[in-house]
Design a protein around this ligand. Structure first.
Ligand code: ATP
Ligand code: LTN
Length: 336
């Protein structure tokens, strides 16, 4: 029996490496995760096993995993329609990753630019083998569900290429087993920039210009109102010469549903102040609802755990079938 998916199925993952998701994560990725539920069978996972590839604190990881899961629910990931789960609850990811690591070339893994960047940035001198094999675990996350599409940012394109290569190599060597997934690259226009350095992408590693959605709304408003703009006074969308203003327009357009050109006309003749006030209001309004939904889940740990169990159970229904097929094909003896 083939375990390959017959419908369009997406899988994506997010690392629980911060106390809160930021507005860039939401507008660039999570919002489309929510939308994809209408057209696809969706699998979304909090990748705690990826989070231990770099220095971390265990108590913090546990808390961040719960908060990440609650935030995905708050964003609108529907645990009844989709499969929302924590990676370590599904042991088949790590099991498949081992098999895949044995068909991954050392040279090809060494070419992963994210590994090169992260290991070059590491100041501890303790880069782990786990960080090196991170992309193989990511391939397993995807292939174990026979996902047809993977919504990710441009930065993950190379990892997706590796995943596709591994699926093809395995299929060629052991027979058709895996769906070869397509990257669903989230548009670059959805790249939200840092508020203080608007040429850099907003990132939790630049806390000064990053809007954390679980932050105090007053802090959020203050950060937006002190966003770096430019010395002109014209509200115009031009990411090249006016990155700060363009970023504010992108955020407001995404949250309000109004087009950029509508916004440009609306602010014609006005300075940057009113734009900043409106962006701050829109983000604060969004964050307020987001926070109260997230807190509702966090205040009901029994329900949160029930949903985690439900997700793990649904995920394992698919993952165990793929793994059994893989183990059989690679020549492992089965015990029943
Ligand atoms: P870091 O903050 O350390 O750079 P990150 O915020 O990129 O990490 P990830 O877990 O790597 O966090 O990203 C989660 C998802 O959010 C990815 O799909 C990524 O493409 C998306 N994302 C992250 N930052 C932005 C941004 N500034 N604009 C749009 N999408 C983003
Ligand atoms: N590497 C990704 C997170 C990630 C992922 C995945 C994304 C882990 N496993 C599987 C898509 C599919 C990142 O850093 N954004």
């Amino acid at each position: 029996m083939s375990v390959m998916a017959h419908t369009d199925r997406v899988l994506s993952g997010i690392q629980p490496t911060a106390d809160s998701f930021h507005i860039g994560n939401y507008l660039g990725a999570l919002r489309s995760w929510v939308e994809l539920q209408d057209t696809h069978e969706a699998f979304y996972t909090v990748v705690d096993q990826h989070a231990i590839t770099v220095e971390y604190d265990p108590a913090e990881l546990r808390q961040r995993t719960l908060v990440s899961f609650a935030q995905l629910l708050a964003c609108g990931v529907d645990p009844e329609r989709s499969v929302l789960f924590v990676q370590s609850h599904v042991p088949e990811h790590a099991q498949l990753a081992w098999v895949l690591s044995c068909i991954t070339g050392y040279g090809e893994a060494s070419r992963m630019t994210q590994f090169k960047d992260k290991s070059a940035r590491d100041g501890t001198g303790a880069v782990s083998v786990g960080l090196f094999t991170y992309p193989v675990l990511m391939a397993a996350d995807i292939l174990v569900y026979q996902a047809t599409g993977v919504p990710v940012g441009e930065d993950q394109r190379q990892h997706l290429e590796l995943t596709r290569g591994l699926a093809q190599r395995f299929n060629a060597r052991f027979g058709e087993t895996f769906v070869v997934p397509e990257p669903l690259i989230l548009k670059d226009t959805a790249k939200i920039k840092d508020l203080q350095e608007p040429t850099a992408k907003m990132s939790k590693s630049l806390p000064g210009g990053c809007v954390m959605l679980l932050d105090d709304p007053k802090k959020i408003a203050k950060k937006i109102k002190s966003a770096v703009t430019d010395s002109e006074t014209v509200v115009r969308f031009d990411p090249e010469t006016k990155p700060g203003v363009s970023n504010l327009l992108t955020i407001l357009s995404a949250l309000s549903g109004r087009t950029i050109s509508e916004l440009e006309s609306h602010y014609e003749g006005s300075m940057y102040g009113p734009l900043k006030v409106d962006v701050a209001d829109a983000v604060v309004e969004f964050a307020t609802t987001y926070q109260s939904r997230t807190n509702e889940y966090l205040q009901d740990p029994a329900e949160l755990h029930r949903l985690m169990e439900l997700g793990a159970q649904k995920a394992r229904e698919v993952a165990t079938r793929t793994l059994a097929d893989v183990y059989n094909r690679v020549g492992f003896v089965a015990i029943k």
